[in-house]
Design a protein around this ligand. Structure first.
Ligand code: PEP
Length: 268
């Protein structure tokens, strides 16, 4: 089975690095520089694979300045945003502020936000609306726990979460979906490519039904959970898996660069 070849095949594969609460602004500058050099050395074609980093809020201005000054083709986004535009919400970050930093993406509903910060499906839906309102592309994370998997199988919970997240979103909206089984995040135990494909098919059907068939066909569905340079190609071989949301392995420049160059792993 062929690995997707990029824009000619429709959806451009997307490799996204979620740094979580790691790397301060100085470290992020060094990281982005090294990543750009590594990909340049490998003659990486950004028109065939999109690569984005998601640093902590405090790094975003530095990353923006570096990418703009050096005309790098790397993208970036934030790890969260507020449901509110502005006002008395101490500690919150508005989507308007992220847009002002030229963020293209924002991660919403990561399982760590859902569990550690009690983000409900309703909060996730409000954040998706806030992102779209401010011209940001939401990377909507969904995924089942090990208990959910045993009780309901792999698709039921992610499908319910995505259905809730897209309620009220306009037809044709530009979103990215990340299927991240909670049991696979940071555990070293990734889902199989076949499991990821099965859920991606179900999630694509949700997007089609909520946002229309055209959006369903165009929306990128990522897999996340213990992705590394050894297993990435297996996921990208799946027809409905369009990229990866990478946590731990995105903190190592060589490893993240290798994941981004997944096409070379299969010699195409
Ligand atoms: C994540 O945090 O979104 C993630 C997928 O982490 P890891 O790659 O470390 O499993």
């Amino acid at each position: 089975m062929a690995v997707k070849t990029g824009s000619a095949g429709g959806r451009v594969p997307f490799i996204a690095g979620n740094w979580k609460m790691n790397l301060d602004h100085l470290q992020s500058i060094a990281f982005v520089q090294k990543l750009a050099w590594s990909l340049k050395d490998a003659r990486f074609d950004f028109s065939e694979v999109e690569v984005a980093v998601f640093p902590p809020f405090t790094d975003l201005r530095s990353v923006q300045t570096l990418i703009a000054a050096d005309k790098l083709q790397l993208k970036y986004g934030a790890q969260d945003l507020s449901t509110h535009d502005s006002g008395a919400y101490t500690g919150e970050i508005s989507g308007a502020f992220l847009k002002a930093l030229d963020c293209e993406y924002v991660i919403i509903g990561h399982s760590e936000r859902r569990t550690l910060h009690n983000e409900t499906d309703g909060v996730v839906a409000a954040k998706v609306a806030a992102a779209l309102k401010h011209g940001l592309v939401p990377v909507i994370c969904v995924g089942e726990t090990a208990d959910d998997l045993a009780e309901h199988g792999p698709s039921a919970v992610p499908v319910a979460q995505l259905t809730a997240a897209l309620a009220g979103v306009a037809q044709g909206a530009n979103v990215v979906v990340a299927y991240e089984p909670v049991w696979a995040i940071g555990s070293g135990q990734a889902a199989t490519p076949e499991q990821a494909e099965q859920v991606a098919v179900a999630l694509r059907a949700v997007v089609s039904s909520a946002l229309g068939d055209e959006a369903g066909a165009a929306t990128r569905i990522l897999y996340g959970g213990s992705v590394n340079s050894s297993n990435i190609a297996g996921f990208l071989r799946q027809p409905n898996v369009d990229g990866a949301l990478v946590g731990g392995a995105s903190l190592d420049v060589a490893e993240f660069s290798s994941i981004s160059r997944f096409k070379s792993h299969v010699g195409i």
